[in-house]
Write a protein of this length. Structure first.
Length: 431
């Protein structure tokens, strides 16, 4: 099998095929590591995410006095219990990881010491007011850069429980409040405008914490003891999304993915692709440690396209860049609105996607909260700007598989943020 993939340059693929294993899910890995750190006993986490973001979480926990050993994808964490974290002598570096800074801030808000946590230039432009507001209500004292931006200085301790209605659905904000609630005396409750990914609730239950769930309200009782666990992280469906789109677009392709997380709050990508006639099958599924895990098969075919329902957009927010690429090859094109959150990700993803699609010769209309992409367009190889954003780099690598000529991705190393082996994995499947 000859590959069409190099580190930065991609040419048209004849076919994609094979059985593929994805790296561990990033969202779950972050949560398991943070809870293992404040649990009693030693936890072992298998198939821990290979991403730089999740390594940032481990590095921050080490600076807080947690002993962590990593051998490949296996991570051993010696929990220090609720009151065992130690003040770091230097600022915590969350790198590019919004998950790290937002969720860990919940735990830091319960500590009787001062912590500074920041990150790289991209993270320093990402909004933190959404966590500052509820954590401050609980009693933490948090200072930020102008506009509520990182770095954050958190002085924690003596938290009080609150009932917090999320102004905008966000699993990271929900998690920050629930994690802080572990340190408050009483019951802390978060009310969601609509359901978000529930990995935190599942992980908390696995570590022995009783979680209340009534309607759109999720609650946790403070000072519930966490017990160490041995857990395996499912494959990351957000990483699979790029290969699902590739498998649908490259003629004759047939790919199967094993041990993939199929949590119902994360499979909007499967539901949407099926809705536009994508040939995607779930071959098997079972529950492991509270998470649904299974195998998925994708085969190439003709896709309808259309408009993504606005209520589906929050569940597809990370996949929208690659879905925009897919839209160029559908019968009816693709339109989405209600995705203003994309403007404040690692890059302005709406602007980045529109710019790169135009570089490849396509017709695209940009909105403040979305875009419209015409269908049945011919893509032309181009020099693509990743904007230092891993999802932009990966999305346009997929575009290169169906484009004429050579597509070159600048700063392709940014894929390390979430999927370091992306190009190698793609090369193994391509002919």
């Amino acid at each position: 099998m000859s590959s069409t993939i190099t580190a930065k340059s991609i040419t048209r693929a004849k076919r994609l095929s094979g059985s593929v294993r994805m790296p561990g899910d990033k969202s779950i890995s972050h949560r398991y590591a943070m809870l293992a750190a404040i649990a009693q006993g030693t936890s072992k986490i298998h198939s821990f995410a290979e991403s730089a973001d999740c390594q940032s979480t481990l590095d921050c926990l080490k600076k807080l006095g947690v002993r962590i050993e990593r051998q490949g994808s296996d991570v051993t964490i010696e929990g220090v219990g609720f009151d065992g974290l130690k003040a770091s002598s230097e600022a915590l570096d969350a790198g590019n990881s919004g998950s790290t800074i937002r969720m860990l801030s919940g735990i830091l808000s319960g500590q009787p010491f001062r912590t500074v946590i920041g990150g790289d230039a991209s993270l320093s432009r990402r909004p933190m007011k959404r966590i500052i507001a509820p954590l401050t209500r609980m009693g933490a004292r948090i200072q930020s850069s102008e506009g509520g931006l990182p770095p954050l200085t958190i002085e924690g301790g003596n938290l009080v429980p609150i009932r917090y209605e999320l102004p905008v659905a966000s699993a990271q904000v929900k998690t920050a409040v629930l994690f802080a609630g572990l340190y408050a005396k009483g019951v802390t409750e978060v009310v969601e405008p609509h359901p978000t990914r529930d990995h935190s609730e599942i992980a908390l239950r696995q570590f022995g914490v009783e979680i209340g769930h009534e309607g759109q309200a999720i609650s946790v009782r403070g000072r519930s003891e966490l017990r160490a666990q041995e857990l395996t992280v499912p494959g990351d469906i957000s990483s699979v999304a790029f290969f699902l789109v590739a498998g649908l677009l490259v003629p004759g392709s047939d790919l199967t993915f094993h041990d993939i997380g199929l949590n119902p709050t994360r499979i909007a990508i499967l539901d949407f692709l099926r809705s536009i006639s994508g040939d995607i099958s779930v071959l098997s599924s079972e529950s492991r440690s509270g998470e649904l895990v299974g195998s998925v098969r994708v085969q190439a075919g003709t896709l309808g396209g259309g408009e993504i329902p606005v209520e589906m957009v929050p569940g597809l927010i990370d996949e929208l860049p690659v879905l925009a690429v897919l839209g160029t090859q559908t019968e009816d094109g693709l339109t989405f609105r209600g995705a203003q959150e994309l403007r404040v990700k690692e890059s302005d993803r709406i602007a980045a996607v529109a710019d790169n699609l135009r570089r490849m010769g396509t017709d695209v209309e940009e909105f403040p909260d979305g875009m419209r992409i015409a269908g049945k367009q011919r893509l032309h190889g181009a020099e693509i700007s990743s904007y230092g954003d891993h999802r932009i780099a990966m999305a346009f690598s997929i575009a290169g598989l169906v484009a004429d000529g050579v597509t070159t991705i600048d700063d392709s190393d940014c894929v390390r943020i979430s999927f370091p082996s992306f190009f190698e994995t793609l090369a193994r499947t391509a002919e």
